[in-house]
Ligand binder design. Structure first.
Ligand SMILES: NC(=O)c1ccc[n+]([C@@H]2O[C@H](COP(=O)([O-])OP(=O)(O)OC[C@H]3O[C@@H](n4cnc5c(N)ncnc54)[C@H](OP(=O)(O)O)[C@@H]3O)[C@@H](O)[C@H]2O)c1
Length: 318
């Protein structure tokens, strides 16, 4: 087997940039190729074939997506094109060329209405309730169909250490509530909103009935690097930081940790109208790989605070 050349889509995004760092620092890849716009336009169905021919990677990690959940709700067709059909085209090109694929997916493939307090398992049936979730689930189904029909592999199942991986592998890696550089994430939005609330002398209003698994992009990137290094990634994986918290609980943790005195008012999803209502229960049960599992979301947030722009934090302290 030749050197391991890995191509990463969405290389300029939150996860993509963390992945490039983790894969180069960890020495997992012999060679890395960053696929970002305009080279890889999700709306160009010929792009995957062209790029595979040009760069000849052995593995593609597909982190690119249209992640604007409200934008997807306003334009579901575009969401399907960018997230669903683009993944279908990439998976078909990979499967035909004998190139393995890791597709980064989301908790939003699940309805978010389970009431037993358990996280979603890989074998739970997907039932997306937002256009974004539907477009990502389309990508999962299309990638599976392409690898089964064109590469002759078994559909990815939950990880089983006794099953040998096929020569060409497909991993579906679901994650949730990503945070990390370059900002624009929930912690950054809370800091900006806290500043506005201070200026207006109002409370910071945060949704309390949406619970999830916050996940640090750098931790997920290291986990993906470990998964790739193991050589056995064919399957469905749920990779999130440990623990769960509501949006309001996460905001409260951040304000308290930074000793920011901003009153917080808990509101319901119903009081916060937006084009897409994300799943209320965004909790994923973690799967066996990587071992050990990721640290708690609080420990990951501590690490992130060291890199979260100090100017952003100072602005709220006043
Ligand atoms: N963010 C979350 O909370 C979350 C949660 C669960 C799962 N995920 C999944 O995790 C993956 C990474 O998410 P992320 O947070 O890193 O997202 P992100 O920061 O929004 O990055 C997405 C990347 O996709 C690229 N992209 C978007 N539209 C494109 C288009 N039309 N053509 C070409 N490239 C395009 C972006 O390129 P530009 O930089 O040029 O815009 C960017 O590099 C995605 O597959 C997402 O579905 C995310």
């Amino acid at each position: 087997m030749g050197p391991l050349r890995i191509a990463v889509t969405g290389a300029g995004g939150r996860l993509g940039r963390a992945l490039l760092a983790a894969l180069s620092q960890g020495g997992v890849a012999d060679d890395l190729v960053a696929w970002s716009r305009p080279d890889y336009d999700l709306e160009d169905p010929d792009a995957p074939r062209r790029l595979l021919r040009r760069h000849r990677p052995r593995l593609v990690v597909h982190a690119a997506a249209w992640t604007d959940v409200d934008g997807c709700a306003r334009d579901p067709h575009r969401a399907l094109v960018r997230n669903g059909l683009a993944t279908a085209a990439l998976a078909a090109a990979c499967a035909r060329a004998g190139v393995s694929l890791i597709y980064v997916s989301t908790n939003e493939v699940f309805a978010g209405d389970r009431g037993d307090g358990q996280g979603y398992q890989p074998e739970d049936p997907p039932h997306p309730v937002t256009p974004y979730g539907r477009s990502k689930e389309y990508g999962e189904a299309a990638a599976t169909a392409a690898f089964v029909s064109l590469a002759g592999v078994e559909p990815p199942q939950p990880y089983d250490p006794d099953r040998s991986p096929p020569a060409v592998q497909l991993a579906i890696v679901r994650t949730a509530w990503l945070f990390g550089p370059p900002g624009g994430d929930f912690p950054s939005k809370i800091l900006a909103a806290a500043r506005q609330a201070q200026e207006r002398g109002t409370a910071l209003r945060v949704v309390a009935d949406e619970v999830g698994s916050p996940t640090y992009s750098r931790d997920l990137a290291c986990a993906l690097a470990a998964l790739i290094a193991s050589g056995r990634f064919h399957g469905i994986h749920h990779i999130v930081n440990g623990g769960r918290v509501s949006r309001a609980g996460w905001a409260r943790w951040l304000l308290s940790r930074l000793r920011l005195e901003v009153p917080l008012e808990e509101v319901g999803q119903a009081d916060w109208p937006r084009p897409a209502r994300p799943p209320a229960w965004a909790v994923l049960a973690t799967t066996p790989l990587p071992r050990p599992p990721l640290r708690s979301w609080e420990a990951a947030m501590e690490a992130y605070l060291a890199v979260l722009a100090s100017s952003q934090i100072a602005a709220v302290r006043g």
